[in-house]
Design a protein around this ligand. Structure first.
Ligand code: ADP
Ligand code: MG
Length: 629
């Protein structure tokens, strides 16, 4: 007794919609159907567990089969199946979610069953790729099997079927313009992308396994082989287990499973596990970071009940953590909404701040457990931490317990340790503690050496966003400022009360300043004659902190710094009026000789800052040969 009917009129126009607009991604039909097959399997397991189904379950699996000749794709499960009434209800009344009903009915016991349910249009997404869809299903309730067929119009037929065992087979008659879904490699790719960690084993074809050679086999005898099911997924991925049940090696193995193309080991991992007020599990890994913030090929993957959803976690995970890798699994993240809506969603906000807190706690405990090891990793993780401090105030506050400030000599200080250490020697006359730093050990070597000679501590701050972080630290910590070692002459970096006695009068200084300015004739240099100790360098090029930092901040994406980026680099040429060389230049009567001396001295100062290039450098070299002839 075959029946015909029309699928719920309210959805009459839904098919063309499904096909064209709802999902631009046709491929997700497979995720939906495998999710339903998984649900059907888990539901039956649940019913058996609570004594509502008395069936022999066996090793339930899901099978995907391609019939290339017949242009069909089969998805077969050994789940709970459907009776005719259930097909009527769950399939024909399209907008009705059986998963929701099941969870409602069994809400006390099935809460943690892992049933997936709504993703989107679910079963009907099959029509994105198929002209015709068949369901052959037999309920575990020992009712006759049912055969449902629909050609994509709202009309369907339903008739009795031959099927021995409980479970469901979905048959898709793949449309002519979707034949990619009949290719083994394409289906393999999709199963790997969406179903790699689903909780029920998924079989896709078979594979040949090599067995041990039997006892006494000859060298030249081939090893015996056997055909076994090709199971494409790992139904028990590490993140679904308790942290206490996992060894360090298990985490590393899982990393390899997630990112087969990554050869570098992760530095450490963070196991996420909450069930209140939202449900979330996952493992995040800190990979070795490069200086380049844009290189992040392998990203955090978002799952729902072990079904892959996306690897774009923007809006769900705080931005600074998107540099990490790993997995987040939460059924509480709304998926069918725009990203901007997501960010405003209460649950998502909580999830995001939970993850931030967990990461901060983990960093703190890693630091406390083994400071030395943490210091060794600092260079590889600092970008994430510095970025986090900049972008998340809560993280910034917590970071005092683990963010490190390394010196050029390889010592590492926490913020409070640093300030305490440098305060006595590096507090200026206005009671500001000045933190000196270099951004490049080699290039700023002479400046660093001069500062160290004075007993100052010099940090090495070289990550690309550190200028932003300094700005933030200066505005949130009291009475401190950062100054790069080459921002001024060492005597001026930290201004103390005592003044050097000048060998030149103010008028003489002015005259010298004018002569030098005219000789070098370069507007990017401001000449500054100062009285410093007579053994300090006679000429020195410095780059004032403020302008340089603003330019750096704009280069690395600082809002509000507009305009600085286009300005030319500005330098100070600091002339030590008390040095013997400057004295003798000043007293030189032969004008030509005088300007030659100035030229040579200024070039030396430029050379030590790496600023002497091209034609000017060539001239300098030949002039120098002349001098030593
Ligand atoms: P959802 O999964 O959100 O419930 P679907 O449209 O994907 O929505 O599926 C509708 C319903 O059809 C399911 O809830 C289930 O009751 C039934 N169903 C779909 N596929 C199967 C299957 N393979 N085995 C048993 N029931 C199924
Ligand atoms: Mg579904």
């Amino acid at each position: 007794m075959s029946q015909k009917g029309t699928i719920n009129v309210a959805v009459e126009n839904i098919f063309p919609l499904i096909k064209k607009f709802l999902y631009s991604d046709h491929e997700i039909f497979l995720r939906e159907l495998v999710s339903n097959a998984t649900d059907a399997t888990l539901k039956l397991q649940h019913l058996a567990r609570i004594g509502e189904a008395s069936v022999e379950l066996g090793d339930q699996k899901i099978e995907i089969k391609i019939d290339k000749e017949g242009k069909k794709l089969h998805i077969i499960d050994q789940g709970l199946g459907m009776t005719e009434d259930e097909v009527q209800k769950y399939i024909n009344e399209v907008a009705f979610s059986g998963a929701e009903e099941f969870l409602e009915k069994y809400k006390d016991t099935a809460k943690d069953s892992g049933i997936i349910g709504h993703f989107g249009l679910g079963f009907y997404s099959a029509f994105m790729v198929a002209d015709q869809v068949e369901i052959i299903t037999k309920s575990f309730k020992d009712e006759p099997a049912v055969h449902w067929t629909c050609d994509g119009s709202p009309n369907y037929t339903i008739e009795p079927a031959e099927k021995e065992n409980f479970g469901t087979e979905i048959i898709l008659h793949i449309s002519d313009d979707e034949t990619e879904f009949l290719e083994e490699s394409r289906i393999n790719e999709l199963l790997n992308k969406y179903n790699k960690f689903m909780p029920v084993p998924i079989k896709f074809g078979t594979k040949t396994e090599t067995l041990e050679k039997p006892e006494g086999a000859k060298e030249e005898d081939p090893a015996p082989t056997q055909e076994v099911d090709n199971i494409i997924n790992n139904p028990d991925p590490a993140w679904t287990k308790q942290p206490a049940d996992l060894e360090d090696q298990d985490y590393k193995n899982f990393y390899r499973e997630l990112y087969p193309m990554q050869f570098e080991e992760p530095l450490f991992n963070i196991h996420l596990n909450v069930d209140y007020p939202f449900n979330l599990t996952g493992i995040l890994y800190f990979p070795k970071m490069t200086q380049d913030l844009n290189v992040q090929k392998d990203r955090i993957q978002l799952y729902q009940n072990q079904v892959f959803v996306t690897d774009n976690v923007e809006g769900i995970v705080p931005e600074f953590l998107t540099m990490l890798r790993g997995v987040i699994d939460s059924p509480d993240i709304p998926l069918n909404v725009s990203r901007s809506y997501l960010q405003a969603d209460g649950a998502v906000k909580k999830i995001s701040s939970y993850i931030t807190r967990k990461v901060a706690d983990k960093l703190k405990s890693l630091f406390n457990e083994d400071r030395k090891a943490f210091e060794e990793k600092w260079n590889d993780i600092k970008i994430v931490i510095e970025y986090g401090m900049l972008s998340e105030d809560k993280f910034f506050d917590k970071a005092d317990k683990f963010a490190l400030y390394p010196t050029v000599d390889g010592d590492y200080y926490l913020w409070d340790e640093l300030v305490e250490k440098i305060k006595p020697a590096q507090t200026d006359k206005d009671d500001k503690t000045v933190i000196l730093y270099a951004s490049n050990k080699e290039e700023q070597h002479s400046y660093t050496a001069a500062a160290k000679k004075k007993g100052y501590e010099v940090l090495l701050l070289d990550s690309p966003i550190v200028s932003h972080l300094m700005q933030k630290l200066e505005s949130s910590k009291e009475n401190i400022s950062f100054v790069r070692v080459d921002a001024d002459h060492v005597d001026n970096l930290i201004k103390k009360e005592e003044e050097q006695i000048s060998k030149l009068s103010d008028e003489e200084k002015e005259a010298l300043q004018k002569t030098i300015t005219e000789t070098i004739a370069d507007t990017s240099y401001t000449v500054q004659v100062e009285a410093m100790s007579s053994d300090a360098a006679p000429f020195m090029i410095t780059q004032p902190e403020f302008m340089r930092r603003m330019k750096e901040m704009q280069a690395t994406g600082g809002g509000g710094m507009m305009g600085f980026g286009n300005m030319p680099d500005m330098y100070n040429l600091v002339v030590n009026g008390n040095s013997d060389l400057v004295q003798s230049i000043f007293n030189e009567k032969d004008e030509e000789k005088k300007s030659g001396l100035i030229q040579q001295a200024v070039d030396l100062a430029k050379l030590s800052q790496g600023l002497l290039k091209g034609e000017k450098l060539t001239e300098f070299v030949s002039r120098s040969y002349e001098l030593i002839k």
